[in-house]
Ligand binder design. Structure first.
Ligand code: FAD
Ligand code: SF4
Length: 451
């Protein structure tokens, strides 16, 4: 897919790939084998009928193609951009055994963008069945549950603690990967369907889950994500200049710190920025640092390149943009000068036997400490679920990590309370969060309306 040149895009926040033209989409779609037993469908957590929509693209029937996708996926413009397709539908595409797998994500993105360009946004607003469901959190899990429930006739209100809806899609994933206008477009579609969105409502403080049930909601879906950053618990981690990735990305994406002082929120970016971690979040932070003016963006990761958990495309884009990977290294402390960060002391690592995660265990090599001088460091080593909802909802069971425990369909230990997405799993992916939202919506439908 055509995309911005690396030396151009590191100076702006515009989206990196341009997307397929109609001709390019048709050409790519014609490669599909239309397999009799299509493995791609089972690789998709929301089971989009992939061969059908690709066949429609190949025939130039784009409106039919997007209608097929929307049968099971309410957020195609988002999934087409950020799903880890290489480990899902494309990872099991039959074509991929000998040649390049079909570019399913790019075709999905093309269809969703084509739909928006041609203003095919009219929706049939389903009649109300008189039942009310409260959805807490407007990330992909909450938005998906809300859409499915509204389509089934429920009156749905989404309560979101931030001032805008979208969850990680707006506060975490940067503009150059997922433009906010696209998330807004999908959220607006939901509003047209009749879903009410109430921003600035922190549930657990404004109302509790029990309050919502007492106020006439028949069921509550908790999709509050995993927004509590994990830290390394190393000396110096609270120094000025050390950010969690959540804070660094939220300041930039949601609060537009890159436009300080025109916007109120500042951000500190030194000439070199060190990001610790190897997932999508670390890639996002390291690439954001470059766009905020850092000359040198370094990712410190304790394993080797093969174990980097980020999407292949994100690693490739980061490398093209000049992000430097300090692999097989781990921070041991943050160094201080006048109360502020002045460097990260690291130690070299080697890989041992595989650990519980199946990846080879990193082992420090004694006496190999070295210092990377920097005044800005970003810790991107994962997130946990926030304890507010479990703490304020008596009887709601959680596991030892603080994630709400549910059955496979999102039913919690409390009657009429359902949960899904990162609040249940810790940290997953957009499409997995959507799948969880779908299953919980189906369970609510079954429990309240008898199926
Ligand atoms: P979230 O998206 O976290 O949404 C939860 C929402 O609930 C938030 O808006 C929050 O403000 C709100 N909330 C929390 N508590 C309350 C409360 N008490 N009351 C009201 N509202 C509340 N996945 C991919 O598939 N591909 C990627 O490329 C990718 N990149 C990522 C990059 C970053 C920086 C991050 C952080 C994650 C990334 N992920 C990616 C993971 C993916 O975004 C998450 O798995 C997904 O967003 C989880 O969806 P969710 O709906 O469970 O939660
Ligand atoms: Fe087409 Fe690949 Fe799916 Fe087969 S597995 S139908 S080639 S997308």
């Amino acid at each position: 897919m055509r995309q911005q040149k690396p030396y151009v895009r590191v100076r702006n926040f515009d989206e990196v790939p341009f997307g397929y033209s109609e001709e390019e989409a048709i050409e790519e779609a014609k490669r599909c084998l239309q397999c009799q037993y299509p493995t791609c469908i089972s690789g998709c957590p929301v089971n989009v009928d992939i061969p059908r929509f690709i066949g429609q693209v190949a025939g130039g029937r784009f409106a039919a193609a997007i209608a097929t996708i929307r049968e099971t996926n309410n957020l195609p413009a988002i999934c087409g951009r950020v799903c880890p397709q290489e480990s899902q539908c494309e990872g099991v595409c039959a074509m991929g055994r000998k040649f390049d797998a079909l570019a399913i994500g790019r075709l999905e993105r093309f269809c969703a963008d084509w739909e928006a360009e041609h203003h095919l946004t009219s929706v049939d607003v389903p009649a109300s069945n008189g039942r009310r469901v409260a959805v807490i959190g407007s990330g992909p899990a909450g938005l998906t549950a809300a859409a499915d429930l509204r389509k089934a006739g429920f009156d749905v209100t989404v309560f979101e603690s931030f001032h805008v809806a979208g969850g990680v899609l707006v506060y975490g994933i940067p503009e150059f990967r997922l433009p906010k206008a696209i998330v807004r477009r999908e959220v607006d579609g939901l509003k047209r369907l009749g879903v009410t969105i109430e921003p600035n409502r922190l549930i657990g403080r404004v109302f509790t889950v029990d309050d919502l049930l007492e106020r006439g909601f028949d069921a509550v879906f908790v999709g509050t994500g995993a927004g509590l950053p994990r830290f390394l618990k190393l000396p110096g981690e609270s120094l000025g200049g050390v950010y969690s990735a959540n804070e660094f990305l939220t300041r930039t994406n949601l609060m537009r710190a890159y436009r300080f002082p025109e916007h109120d929120t500042p951000i500190r970016v030194s000439e070199r920025v060190v990001t610790i971690g190897g997932g999508n979040v670390a890639m996002d932070a390291a690439r954001t640092a470059l766009r905020l003016g850092a000359k040198n963006s370094v990712v410190v990761y304790r394993r080797s390149v093969e174990e980097l958990p980020a999407r292949a495309e994100e690693i490739e884009h980061a490398q093209e943009e000049g992000v430097f990977f300090q692999l097989l290294a781990n921070p041991v402390r943050f160094l201080e000068e006048d109360g502020e960060l002045c460097g990260v002391e690291c130690i070299e690592m080697k890989l041992g036997e595989p650990d519980a995660s199946g990846r080879r265990r990193p082992i420090p090599i004694e006496g190999t400490e070295f210092v990377i001088e920097t005044r800005t460091a970003v810790v991107a080593v994962g997130n946990e679920a926030h304890p507010l909802i479990p703490k304020t909802t008596p009887g709601l069971r959680v596991d030892s990590w603080g994630h709400i425990t549910t059955d496979d369909d999102g039913r919690t230990s409390q009657p009429r309370v359902y949960a899904g997405g990162d609040i249940v799993t810790g940290a997953a992916t957009v499409i997995e969060a959507m799948g969880a939202g779908k299953r919980a919506a189906a369970a609510i439908l079954a429990d309240l309306d008898g199926g």
